[in-house]
Design a protein around this ligand. Sequence first.
Ligand code: KIV
Ligand code: NA
Length: 265
Amino acid sequence: LKRITTHILQEMKKRKEKISMLTAYDFSMAGIVDAAGIDMILVGDSASNVMAGHETTLPITLDQMIYHATSVVRAVERALVVVDIPFGSYQGNSSEALRSAIRIMKESGAHAVKVEGGEEIKESVIRILSAGVPVMGHLGLTPQSIYKFGTYTVRAKAKDEAKKLLADAKVLEECGCFALVLEKIPASLAKEVASAVSIPVIGIGAGPDVDGQVLVLHDMLGITQEFQPRFLRQYADIRNTMLKAVGDYIKDVKSEDFPNQEESY
Ligand code: KIV
Ligand code: NA
């Protein structure tokens, strides 16, 4: 079983083989996603929403991200594991950024980190890369700055915003980032970025003309069902499967159907 490396991902872009990526936050789920053959697993700070029930990604801590990452890494045999550096652990302070990245790599055994932003965080990105830690960028809708924008609507529809995004993508490429996530931007702009940079561009709500796709696992499995953006394709209905299973269990306990004789010692 050959492990996916950043080098393999670059090769995939060159030969136009699409890259698959999903999030995971725990041992059991990561094991299933890896066994299915996913190329990359993101231990996203979406754990703040999906795992902890917060409204935004801001509250999750570096220690909590490391706990999730450690659990994921234990299960994964093939995929490249990328971990989000959480809000407040890298912005505006490149030595703190380096320290956070090193803690994630050392304590969890993950293979790369992801940060949100372009030019503004250039110094931090360079500092992390100088330690030999692969960095993935993230542009477009960047949930850690939700309070700056105020909404989760499509980003970079205006010309000046699109120009800045393209420039930021080139900055991240020049710094040495191994890949880039583009979230919720027009498909035409995502296509332009993907052809302007040589590193793999992974889209979420960024249309088909990029080098790969990422979704939040719990959204695509239909575990979370209140979040229904246009870009989300739901591949299963796990919430209802679980509701039925738990409901059946409750019924069997109440009716004394469970456990039966064969299920007893
Ligand atoms: O945290 C996350 O799940 C992410 C993806 C949506 C790209 O950053
Ligand atoms: Na994230």
